[in-house]
Ligand binder design. Structure first.
Ligand SMILES: [Zn+2]
Length: 353
């Protein structure tokens, strides 16, 4: 097993924001990385520092203007004579396809909600979060493949785990939202397509990954299956229903399993097993697992109740699929248990690695 991270993932620090009628302290904070990184250290596992694969794979998924906004938006925001505040965030969301004249218009165009502000170091973390994931994909691309796809050897990079902060699954082709900016899972799925024909993305974060769904909605070469809390009155609210199945060539390759709020651990795994059944049927060359610790029972975002031991079980199920696996550690906001929960997951990965 290989684990990738980068010190720059800890730089992005969002400020408190207003939503649902009140101010909220941000949940997606650098302290998450501090807690998460305790897990491999406790288990004696090496963490590899990611190297720079470049912007190309990012631009293969996201619009150029959007990436430019993420990179330069903060400077433009500060350059406005009037003091607009310490982070790019407008509260203007009516989805006109506006021409982006002025940084406020660009923000209205490229930020889907108020939970994805851009501050001084945001781009550095956003960029390196994608690079960290890309390092795992690059290792697979460089792997000697003398074996055929049905006889995958358990090479060092058969199982890889990447810290993914800020997370990515809500990031759309040209919009940030839900703490997400660049869609790390989509970026590596697209990058892996250079070599592999079929990629499956299994998303077990508490929330529906509407960005991944949007990016691959018309395609059958990347299967997206997600287990998440019902979107009815729960973020992202506008997507994640079972009837969203894909379009055109992609019809049938987008498979959502919305859970009723309050689902217990057994119920969560019943849905995970259904998602796994779809992946088994698809028989992909590589699996990308979007892992959210926000399904943990005490997480402020939880609408189901997975235990710490449940993450060991989840990891074992992913390994049992017998395919090259890249895990992206995305959501999860209950700081006191991030270390224990990641240790539990890593233990499950190691049982069969
Ligand atoms: Zn989430």
């Amino acid at each position: 097993m290989k684990i990738y991270s980068h010190e720059n993932l800890s730089l992005h620090r969002p400020l408190p924001y207003f939503s649902y009628g009140q101010m909220h302290e941000p949940l997606e904070i650098p302290e998450r990385m501090t807690e998460l990184l305790k897990a491999p250290a406790a288990l004696g596992l090496e963490v590899t520092t990611a190297t720079d694969i470049g912007i190309g794979p990012i631009l293969a998924v996201h619009d150029f203007g959007y990436v430019e906004f993420l990179k330069h938006g903060y400077e433009e925001w500060l350059a406005v004579e009037e003091d607009l505040g310490a982070q790019v965030q407008t509260g203007v969301f009516v989805p006109y396809d506006n021409p982006g004249i002025g940084i406020m218009a660009k923000a209205a165009k490229y930020q889907a909600d108020d939970s994805a502000p851009i501050s001084e170091h945001s781009w550095t973390s956003i960029y390196w979060s994608a690079q960290t994931a890309l390092n795992a994909a690059e290792a697979l691309l460089n792997q000697d493949t003398t074996h055929d796809r049905h006889n995958t050897t358990h090479a060092d990079n058969h199982i890889q785990l990447c810290f993914s902060r800020p997370p990515g699954h809500h990031a759309r082709k040209s919009a940030a939202g839900g703490f997400c900016y660049l869609n790390n899972a989509a970026i590596i799925a697209e990058y892996l397509r250079q070599k592999y024909e079929k990629i499956a993305i299994i998303d077990t974060d508490m929330h529906h990954g509407q960005g991944i769904q949007e990016i691959f909605y018309d395609r059958s070469d990347v299967l997206y299956t997600s287990v998440h809390g019902s979107p009815i009155n729960f973020y992202p609210a506008v997507t994640g229903h079972e009837f969203e199945k894909g379009r055109g060539a992609g019809y049938g390759y987008n498979i959502n399993f919305p859970m009723a709020h309050g689902t217990d651990e057994a119920g969560f795994f019943a849905y995970v097993d259904k998602a796994i059944d779809t992946v088994t049927l698809y028989d992909p060359d590589v699996i990308v697992h979007v892992l959210g610790f926000d399904v943990y029972k005490d997480d402020p975002e939880a609408r189901c109740a997975v235990s710490t031991e449940g993450f060991t079980r989840l990891a074992k199920k992913m390994v049992a699929l017998g395919k090259p696996l890249i895990v992206l550690v995305e959501g999860g906001y209950y700081l006191p248990k991030l270390n224990d929960n990641l240790q539990a997951f890593l233990s499950g990965l190691m049982l069969k690695d």
